[in-house]
Write a protein that binds this ligand. Structure first.
Ligand SMILES: Nc1ncnc2c1ncn2[C@@H]1O[C@H](COP(=O)(O)OP(=O)(O)OP(=O)(O)O)[C@@H](O)[C@H]1O
Ligand SMILES: [Mg+2]
Length: 267
């Protein structure tokens, strides 16, 4: 099995993605190493979600290719993909629970899709343990409408890990959570990595989270990866675009434009 450990879990090769005339990803190549947590950062609209969706073939490249281990996945049919996707957990941006299903039913949804549930007691135990992991055991019979944003996110996370995936894709897992709840999610991502050797890819705006959890941080800007390294490397990166992003400051040119624009429309 040693060779299996040496090949990247996910490989993105020369990925180009256009929507109409808009070029979103401009030749991205990334190898994701097994058991590591990789954060993808970058300004809103730069293509982080689109990039992550290619990693599970929810988007198809304009050109380039994507591999899960040694299987090329970007050209597979939905049917062929089903087997590959069983390796993944996916936490969508916004959570996306089914409103008409209880917390319990939401969590067993991926299990129901993959196999027939025979032993109900076993499933109850599984849901209980996943909810306990995210601090929500006891919420099984609640409906999403009665949960806060942070609670919904945690239920979605419990669902993403229901089938013990080897790879988890998280899209903005801490956005909209208070600092304490954010840190619970961070700890959970670290725990899954430490205890289950899960490979995680985390799209985030939250630099505290990225610095805490990531072995490697990639910054996406104008369709390209402009920085790639560990937290210390990114913190001291010489590029001013990287510094402005991680410090949350606005560049001089943008500030000047904002000041120039004023707040009222002259008539
Ligand atoms: N299905 C689609 N059709 C057309 N354009 C799309 C589609 N999906 C994404 N885009 C465009 O691609 C660009 C990148 O979108 P994406 O959702 O990846 O951004 P993001 O970096 O995840 O932003 P945010 O941080 O706000 O979530 C945006 O300009 C978006 O409008
Ligand atoms: Mg996004």
């Amino acid at each position: 099995m040693e060779s299996d450990n040496n090949i990247p879990v996910i490989s993105v090769k020369e990925l180009v993605k256009r929507f109409g005339s808009r070029l979103v990803l401009d030749g991205i190549s990334i190898d994701i190493e097994k058991g590591k947590t990789t954060a993808i950062i970058g300004p809103s609209g730069c293509g982080k979600t689109v990039l992550m969706k290619h990693m599970i073939a929810l988007e198809r490249p304009t050109s380039g290719s994507v591999y899960f281990k040694d299987h090329r996945i970007d050209n597979l049919s939905q049917k062929q993909l089903a087997g590959i996707r069983a390796n993944y957990g996916f936490l969508f941006q916004g959570g996306a629970l089914f409103d008409s299903l209880t917390v319990f039913e939401n969590i067993i949804f991926p299990i129901r899709q993959r196999r027939k549930i025979k032993n109900f007691k076993e499933i109850e135990e599984l849901v209980k343990s996943k909810l306990a992991l995210v601090g929500l055991d006891g919420f099984q019979t609640q409906y999403p409408a009665n949960l806060s944003g942070g609670q919904k996110k945690r239920v979605a996370l419990a669902r993403a890990i229901a089938l013990d995936p080897k790879v988890i894709l998280y899209d903005e897992p801490t956005t909209g959570l208070d600092p304490l709840r954010s840190d619970i999610i961070n700890e959970l991502i670290l725990k899954l990595q430490r205890e289950l050797s899960v490979t995680s890819i985390v799209v985030t705006h939250d630099m505290n989270s990225a610095f805490k959890i990531a072995d490697r941080i990639l910054m996406l800007h104008e369709g390209k990866i402009i920085a790639d390294g560990d937290a210390d490397y990114i913190r001291s990166h010489p590029d001013s675009i990287v510094q402005q992003f991680i410090k949350g400051t606005v560049g001089e040119a943008e500030l000047a434009a904002l000041r120039q624009a004023g707040t009222r429309t002259r008539t």
